[in-house]
Design a protein around this ligand. Structure first.
Ligand SMILES: Cc1cc2nc3c(=O)[nH]c(=O)nc-3n(C[C@H](O)[C@H](O)[C@H](O)COP(=O)(O)OP(=O)(O)OC[C@H]3O[C@@H](n4cnc5c(N)ncnc54)[C@H](O)[C@@H]3O)c2cc1C
Length: 309
């Protein structure tokens, strides 16, 4: 639908997705289905808890061999669970062609769990032949609607783009569904205010949503793109940055906010507000670091001056 709108509006570029870089874009993923309350070991009572998150790490440690199974929590304990395998495009797991090769790879990867009770052979087969997916670049387009004719007089159509159709990104901060629901919520509020007048409501909706969408895309780029261990140094740097901001926000709450990855969980803040807080932290940190560097240089210069005076 968006592509069709782009063809109509090619000149204005309103419906062209603006691509933004991210360290997690391009990673490949496949999903494994796992039975509910699966066993964690051979011991009878050692079974998984549905409301717990699990990260099962593989025996392999080399970058292109290591995998981990990431399981998100579910409220319903009888719900089938899913484990995401997310890794680099040139990882060995993507080269495996047959269910036998995949089964062998899993056996060697996870000797710590009773694999045959967790991943059934049919599931290994489905996993092998499934196409999987690839994380997209964070991207958005500035047009979110197109009015053709006069839909308010029943003589035309209004096309409204919501969710991934206007803003999509890697799932680093878990905001895909939330932001899509927020689109709908805000649109519904505006349509209520304008008594379902689309020609009046849709421009208001587009104006209101644009800044938040741009802020969301930026938050995806900066909040937690290194969580897939693409580069151990960058992951460590990210952790240092995260804890500095966490500590500063605890001890100097009037001056610093927590890291954007924490703020994103606060549903009372809009994406624009979260980005503004994060940018403010960065500005203060950069100013303070520059001051410290200037003071150190001044002190060293002073010592040299005294020495050679
Ligand atoms: C691996 C992974 C993990 C994720 N984790 C999270 C997470 O933890 N939290 C989170 O909030 N989000 C997450 N997301 C993102 C989330 O899934 C999406 O942002 C969300 O589903 C977008 O909703 P949507 O309705 O806009 O699009 P979709 O859910 O993609 O729905 C679009 C629907 O339209 C259908 N469709 C497409 N073309 C046509 C057509 N021509 N005719 C008819 N129907 C059509 C599709 O089949 C699909 O059912 C994740 C995404 C991935 C890939």
């Amino acid at each position: 639908m968006r592509k069709t709108l782009h063809k109509i509006e090619e000149k204005s570029q309103l419906f062209m997705m603006k691509q933004c870089p991210s360290p997690s874009a391009g990673l490949r993923y496949k999903v494994l289905t796992i039975p509910p309350q699966f066993p964690l070991s051979e011991e009878e009572k050692d079974i998984s808890i549905s409301t717990m998150t699990y990260a099962i790490r593989s025996n392999f440690k080399e970058k292109k061999k290591a995998i981990s199974l990431g399981l998100l929590p579910f409220k319903n304990k009888n719900q089938t669970r899913t484990a995401n395998i997310i890794t680099y495009p040139d990882h060995q797991i993507w080269q495996l062609k047959t269910p036998e090769e995949v089964a062998k790879y899993f056996d060697k990867s996870f000797p710590q769990i009773p694999l045959e009770k967790i991943i059934l052979s049919e599931e290994i087969s489905r996993f092998t032949f499934s196409k999987g997916g690839e994380f997209p670049n964070p991207q958005f387009c500035s047009g979110v609607y197109k009015i053709l004719g006069e839909p308010d007089n029943n003589q035309g159509t209004a096309v409204i783009l919501l969710g991934d159709a206007v803003h999509c990104f890697p799932p680093d901060i878990g905001q895909g569904v939330n932001s899509a629901l927020e689109d709908i919520y805000i649109l519904q509020e505006i349509l209520e205010e304008t008594e379902d007048n689309l020609s009046q409501g849709l421009p208001i909706y587009q104006n209101k949503r644009q800044d938040d969408i741009k802020a969301l895309i930026r938050l995806v780029q900066i909040s937690y793109p290194w969580q897939y261990n693409q580069d151990p140094w960058q992951t460590k740097l990210w952790s240092v940055n995260f804890f500095i901001r966490l500590l500063l926000s605890r001890f100097l709450p009037f001056m610093f906010s927590p890291h954007s990855f924490v703020l994103i969980q606060n549903h009372n803040l809009s994406y624009s507000e979260i980005l503004a807080k994060s940018n403010r932290n960065t500005t203060i940190l950069l100013t303070l670091s520059s001051l410290v560097i200037i003071l150190i240089l001044f002190f060293v210069g002073w010592q040299i001056f005294i020495l050679y005076r």
